[in-house]
Design a protein around this ligand. Structure first.
Ligand code: MLT
Length: 232
């Protein structure tokens, strides 16, 4: 397995082609929210880029979810909170999700023609690692923040790489694996230091941060197929 790590979805050129499997990572919080929603029984989560697109594609019975600036979107049913998604009555429901970076990262992976697209968080990291074993070309597409690397996403990428035995890993992947190994025993404290972690704390969302750090609490594989993410 050869691993390439992309620090943010904006760093992937619009014309980029990604062979093989792409794992999208937005630990804080979009991919954590998707995993929590599927664990709560949501039938599928539809990742869209824009608020207006979410409203347009919602059908009766669907739930609208998302954030802008980390805050709930007025008129939407749910925010982008994995904790909220985990307790919400989502059984059998379709959730339309739009977030600043995470859902856009998924859209970019689709545009890049990836053969297989999975979404991971720490909540399901071992299940994702098992699902990608044997893959020859693996891209870890971090959502990032404002076009820059996000420590939280790299930490999650490192957690995934820690569980794999790749033949080749790029330098960013190596760094991610190192930082995960160094801080895996105190993820909440560590991720409270990074920009996104600090922002969640400022917004009073420390419990979301704690929830996102629950490694392997929701052991499912989240796969994007034909426009939506469901359990593989
Ligand atoms: C994003 O997509 O940028 C994030 O998930 C933002 C957030 O913390 O809700």
């Amino acid at each position: 397995m050869d691993v390439t790590t992309v620090a943010s979805w904006q760093q992937l050129p619009r014309a980029a082609h990604l062979p093989g499997t792409v794992v999208v990572i937005d630990l804080l919080r979009a991919t954590s929210t998707v995993v929590a929603a599927l664990a709560s029984g949501a039938r599928e989560v539809v990742p869209v880029a824009e608020v207006a697109q979410a409203q347009e594609c919602a059908r009766p019975g669907d739930l609208l979810a998302g954030e802008r600036g980390g805050l709930p979107i007025p008129g939407f049913d749910l925010s982008n909170s994995p904790r909220e998604a985990h307790v919400a009555p989502l059984a059998g429901r379709r959730v339309i999700l739009t977030t600043t970076n995470g859902t856009r990262a998924v859209r970019r992976a689709v545009r890049a023609g990836a053969q297989r697209i999975l979404l991971t968080a720490l909540l399901n990291v071992s299940a994702t690692a098992r699902a990608v074993e044997g893959t020859q070309r693996l891209t870890l597409l971090c959502a990032g923040t404002a076009g820059q690397a996000s420590l939280d996403d790299l930490f999650c990428a490192g957690a995934l790489l820690h569980r794999l035995a790749p033949r080749e890993v790029d330098d960013l992947g190596l760094a991610a694996r190192e930082l995960y190994a160094a801080h895996r025993d105190h993820p909440v404290d560590y991720l409270s230091l990074c920009a996104h972690g600090r922002r969640l704390l400022q917004l009073g969302l420390v419990q979301d941060l704690e929830f996102c750090c629950r490694e392997d609490a929701l052991p499912l594989v989240a796969a994007y197929v034909d426009g939506s993410v469901g359990r593989a």
